[in-house]
Design a protein around this ligand. Sequence first.
Ligand code: 5GP
Ligand code: ZN
Length: 110
Amino acid sequence: MSDCIFCKIADGKIPAAAVYEDGEMLCFKDINPAAPVHLLLIPKTHFDSLAHAAPEHEGLLGRMLLKVPQIAEQHGLAGGFKTQINTGKGGGQEVFHLHIHILGTPAQAV
Ligand code: 5GP
Ligand code: ZN
């Protein structure tokens, strides 16, 4: 989507502090962190939200969820972390490109 900020980040048209990338997903630091570690994991393909996910996204969503604890561990969150997927205006979603929030405090900083 040409006017989607996360598509632009995925395309490298807008800079972001990337921490993980492969052929189908990108993880970067949230620009307005709500925790010492606050990352966003997005699919490179655009769909608006979890409510817009289609059967063709089943494998991708599974691979994204499996990637979350790996990324979290790499950022000091082996002791635990929070994940959040806001869906729709009523769910507090502000950017309409599916994303998984990964939030936590590294153990040594507790
Ligand atoms: P939502 O409320 O849609 O679940 O979360 C959107 C998140 O995207 C917010 O936490 C916000 O800080 C983050 N965000 C919005 N615009 C940008 C941006 O241009 N770059 C980065 N890195 N994060 C952004
Ligand atoms: Zn998008």
